[in-house]
Write a protein that binds this ligand. Structure first.
Ligand SMILES: [Zn+2]
Length: 66
């Protein structure tokens, strides 16, 4: 399993695990995190991940990835 490719799937809503989250939708946004790899999420989980994921910067740093 290549980490780079699986990172294209949504890791939301919490982004806590090493692997993809339960969502599995294509990721549209990348959320910057402190001392962690950026969290890639779909539009549905962008909001929840900002509030619930570990290490999210505030104000959030969000990048459109696709
Ligand atoms: Zn999602």
């Amino acid at each position: 399993m290549t980490d780079r490719y699986s990172a294209a799937s949504c890791q939301g809503p919490y982004g806590g695990g090493a692997g993809p989250g339960e969502c599995g939708d294509p990721a549209r946004f990348e959320v910057a995190r402190h001392l962690r790899t950026p969290l890639r999420v779909c539009p549905v989980h962008l909001g929840p991940s900002l509030l619930l994921a570990d290490g999210v910067l505030w104000p959030p740093g969000i990048t459109l990835v696709r």
